[in-house]
Design a protein around this ligand. Structure first.
Ligand code: 5GP
Length: 123
């Protein structure tokens, strides 16, 4: 089993767990978030696993660029590139990262809210 898919997203990329795939190419894979936070909410994942965006940037800047270009491609395919969209990389527990295979959230399709602090913020 050594190299068997370990994280959820490796299993999705491997086709072991079904997903609503929006786009894929040689280096990246994009599918709809199961719990969408906007009308359009797509996750873009590099096929090769890094834990977070910083590790990806350090190890393979070309692959980070591929992820961002796929995010733009997804926005075009979803028809949201004109009105705008948000690309988010959560890193670590304070940011709410739950899957430790780096992924860009592509959010749009409506006016997005503020982001940062939960429910009214810290005083
Ligand atoms: P994170 O919280 O790590 O930044 O983002 C993980 C995302 O994966 C969450 O937005 C969550 O809704 C999504 N997610 C978790 N499990 C599944 C799944 O089985 N399928 C899909 N398509 N998305 C998932």
């Amino acid at each position: 089993m050594g190299d068997a898919a370990e994280t959820l997203f490796e299993r999705i990329i491997a086709g072991e767990i079904p997903a609503d795939v929006v786009y894929q190419d040689e280096t990246t894979f994009a599918f709809r978030d199961i719990n969408p936070q906007a009308r359009v909410h797509v996750l873009v994942v590099p096929r090769k696993k890094y834990r977070n965006v910083g590790e990806l940037a350090e190890a393979d800047p070309q692959l980070l660029s591929d992820v961002l270009l796929t995010a733009r491609k997804v926005a075009e395919l979803e028809g949201i590139s004109g009105n705008g969209y948000r690309v988010v990389f959560n890193t670590g527990s304070d940011a709410g990262q739950t899957v430790f295979h780096v992924h860009a959230h592509v959010l749009g399709g409506e006016q997005l809210g503020m982001f940062g602090r939960p429910q009214g913020g810290v005083h």
